[in-house]
Design a protein around this ligand. Structure first.
Ligand code: UD1
Length: 361
């Protein structure tokens, strides 16, 4: 029987694989789920498997945290064993994390076709580890599943053959639209006492932002000013938690309300009722666009420019004055936002059709 191996490893992967595995269940394929364990805290990994109704992973590689080289190498060593045991006809990788890169390298060298969901995004900033992961994964992949036309254009400009590229839309929006009806503010109000459209949500985890005490301080100075106006809820990533402790800023202060990382639906509850989102996450730029909530991206660039041209995103950088200037001009929440083409909740079905076509040729 045709075997497809799916790879997840870090928090932003689970919501991309869940709808795809479900859509592929209608086809006569054997599906194997591999969790690399790049993320391992319950709220960063297993909680997402449960909540998104992913099957229990067939393999838990237990890789954990390490330097980039070590983490990538460990995934490669363990994932090679999985591929040799399972003899897959196709490996599906998603996004741009180290597990994505590692699994692609292993599959390509074993001559197993690779399909990359979220192909073609580019920030053109090679100081971001994710940019390296995107470029290498796309170079190795046989099926390039692009979320937006700009991603298709990037791949063509890099010389990829048009036959390998399919514009399928954004699969993360499948998960978002499916879970939105259960994302009520009441779910989170026991932990953060906020009212509808009267608070901001902040997330920060990029090494360039949180590993530099000066940059982290500049961002926090801006955020604390905003928190004088309206509460800012800040679910803290484990990497950021360590850095905040080093600055002595690891506790709620005035209007800045720190929480543990939240589960998928709880976090969606929080974001979908917010007045404003401040973030350095890629996925959240896309989610806020679909939700119509203004998003200030605390980075110098984005690999998701469509969220600026067709969405609610503004790339504002990390200078305190720039954050506050953008905050003063923030537009209203759009109650009926326009979505980029094919961000319609039906991407998983389109990908399943493409993969079935590819596997039958
Ligand atoms: C990784 C991805 C990033 C993604 C992010 C989402 C890469 C290069 N980076 O970054 O693209 O946006 O996940 O969260 O793949 N830690 C824990 N528990 C965990 C996971 C991490 O405590 O479950 C701590 C560890 O101290 C670890 C640090 O967070 O060293 C960073 O984790 P890591 O997986 O290396 O990178 P992220 O910053 O999470």
């Amino acid at each position: 029987m045709t075997t497809i191996v799916h790879v997840v490893g870090a928090r932003p992967n689970y919501m991309k694989i869940a709808p795809l595995m479900e859509a592929l269940a209608a086809y006569p394929f054997r599906q194997v789920l591999v969790n690399t364990g790049q993320h391992y805290d319950d709220m960063m990994s297993r909680a997402f498997v449960r909540e998104l109704c992913l099957p229990t992973p067939n393999y838990d590689l237990g890789i954990g945290s390490a330097s980039h080289a070590m983490q990538t190498a460990r995934v490669m060593i363990e994932f090679e064993r999985v591929c040799l045991a399972e003899q897959p006809d196709l490996v599906v990788v998603v996004g741009d994390v180290n597990s994505t890169l590692a699994a692609s390298l292993v599959a390509a060298k074993l001559l197993v076709p690779v399909s990359h969901v979220e192909a073609g995004l580019r920030s053109r900033d090679r100081t971001m580890p994710e940019e390296i992961n995107r470029i290498v994964t796309d170079r190795l992949a046989d099926v390039l599943l692009a979320p937006s036309q700009d991603a298709v254009d990037n791949l063509l400009a890099e010389g990829e053959s048009p036959q390998k590229i399919r514009l399928v839309g954004n699969i993360m929006i499948d998960s978002l639209l499916r879970h939105l009806p259960m994302a009520t503010l009441a779910r989170v109000q026991d932990r953060v006492a906020v009212s509808d459209r009267a608070y901001a949500v902040l997330t920060l985890h990029r090494p360039s932002n949180v590993d530099s005490p000066e940059t982290l301080r500049r961002i926090l100075d801006g955020v604390l000013k905003i928190a004088d106006d309206m509460p800012v809820v800040f679910p803290v990533h484990p990497r950021t938690r360590q850095r905040l402790s080093e600055l002595g800023a690891n506790h709620s202060h005035g209007g800045l309300l720190l929480t543990e990382p939240l589960g998928y639906v709880d976090f969606l509850s929080l974001t979908s009722h917010a007045r404003l989102i401040l973030t350095d996450s890629g996925g959240l730029q896309e989610e806020s666009t679909v939700l119509g909530i203004p998003c200030l991206t605390l980075r110098e660039n984005t690999e998701r420019p469509i969220t600026v041209t067709n969405g609610t995103n503004q790339v504002v950088g990390t200078a305190t004055a720039d954050i506050l200037a953008a905050y003063r001009r923030v537009p209203e929440v759009a109650e009926h936002p326009d979505r980029p083409p094919l961000w319609d909740g039906k991407t998983a079905g389109r990908i399943a059709r493409v993969l079935s076509e590819v596997l039958s040729t």
